[in-house]
Design a protein around this ligand. Structure first.
Ligand SMILES: Cc1cc2nc3c(=O)[nH]c(=O)nc-3n(C[C@H](O)[C@H](O)[C@H](O)COP(=O)(O)O)c2cc1C
Length: 362
């Protein structure tokens, strides 16, 4: 089943989005959801009735970005925490200006994912008012930015339908899990959370852990595209070190990547950011293989803001680097004093549920 969820269409100019969508949906059988009430009805369907549905969010933004309809639709996602379980999603966003397209789309992906929706790698086609963001693709393909937008939308809908078609064979035969972290074992709540999950994976998956310790992962140097490609093709990167010696081969060997992400100033830590940036060289060579690997995040904040950190991870790893975002990819907890995560109410059940999701596939 293919469902198109139109958000903001009565509050924005949708001429361009409408034309692109028409082209991307040509020849396909689909249902359209236009109101929050219809969306709530869909979220209330049994999981069996929704299993394998491709949900395309067609998001029209206003000059201010957000629309009333967006708030009403996302309220459904919060009201039905399993409302999209069994579905895979894609987002096509069209805005009149140069701002908000990424910010609002990424929040929508986060909220839909928390409601159980999986996303293929690169699940977002965003069109800024000027279409400047399509200039590079247009130049490479020798077409106009509008044609690049249209072609991206066509490919995205094909991709999400392909993902739902593979839902029956979700679990890889051999599960190879890679944990990346940058915390201290003596004090880390995030690593304690991982230990709870790991104890349930032991014996059912091969597990490798790598520490991206302070100062060991130098941030990206910003080489030219050609230089980055040159290093990437040899499985290297300008700086070498732990990224090239340990992390690249471990990513290549794994099919599940778990990132332990404490909240540092309402952001992922500098070590984790350096990891995202330095992954670019391997992405140039192996990006197509990333589309078969799942990413999970364990986010622990001392006070608040875990949603911001989780959105950064999904933006970097799913929207940019092409990894699959499996349903409920992030486990988000609050704990400050060392070991205090062990006293969070219901933590053992949530860790067990995360381990079960990792073992089940997407
Ligand atoms: C440099 C630094 C910045 C932090 N910034 C925040 C913050 O902005 N918001 C917050 O809720 N907690 C913040 N914390 C608290 C950590 O998120 C929290 O203690 C977390 O459990 C630390 O991760 P760990 O247990 O893996 O060491 C910060 C901690 C550090 C060390």
């Amino acid at each position: 089943m293919l469902v198109v969820v139109k958000i903001g269409w009565k509050e924005a100019d949708t001429a361009r989005l409408s034309a692109v969508l028409k082209k991307a949906l040509a020849g396909k059988v689909y249902e359209t959801i236009c109101t929050a009430a219809q969306f709530a009805d869909f979220c209330r369907l049994s999981q069996q009735d929704k299993e394998g549905t491709a949900v395309v969010f067609a998001l029209a933004l206003s000059r201010r970005g957000i629309t009333r309809s967006y708030l009403d639709m996302t309220a459904c996602l919060l009201e039905y925490p399993d409302g999209l379980t069994g579905c895979a999603g894609a987002v096509i966003t069209d805005g009149p200006g140069e701002l908000f397209t990424k910010k609002i789309s990424r929040e929508l992906i986060f909220l839909a994912n928390q409601s159980g929706c999986a996303f293929p790698g690169k699940p977002l086609v965003e069109a800024t008012g000027s279409l400047y963001n399509f200039n590079t693709q247009a130049a490479v393909q020798r077409i106009t930015p509008y044609e690049a937008y249209e072609a991206s939308a066509v490919r995205l809908i094909q991709k999400v339908q392909h993902l739902t078609a593979s839902f029956g064979s979700k679990r890889p035969l051999h599960l190879q899990v890679l944990l990346l972290h940058a915390s201290s074992r003596q004090t880390s709540n995030t690593l304690l959370l991982w230990e709870m999950i790991r104890s349930r994976l032991n014996g059912k998956a091969a597990i490798e852990e790598i520490s991206l310790r302070n100062g060991e992962v130098v941030d990206c140097r910003g080489c030219s595209y050609e230089a980055c490609l040159h290093f990437g093709e040899k499985g290297e990167c300008f700086y070498g070190g732990v990224m090239v010696d340990q992390v690249y081969p471990a990513i290549q060997a794994s099919n599940v990547i778990v990132l332990a992400c404490p909240n540092y100033n309402d952001a992922v830590s500098a070590n984790m950011t350096a990891f995202f940036n330095r992954l670019t060289a391997l992405f140039r060579k192996d990006g197509h293989t990333f589309s078969h690997k799942r990413v999970y995040a364990l986010v622990v904040s001392g006070y608040s803001g875990g949603d911001i950190v989780a959105e950064q991870v999904l933006d970097a790893m799913n929207c940019n680097k092409n990894f699959i975002l499996p349903e409920k990819f992030a486990l988000i907890e609050t704990a400050n004093a060392p070991n205090s995560i062990l006293r969070c109410s219901g933590i053992a059940d949530r860790a067990a549920a995360m381990a079960d999701r990792i073992l089940a596939g997407w």
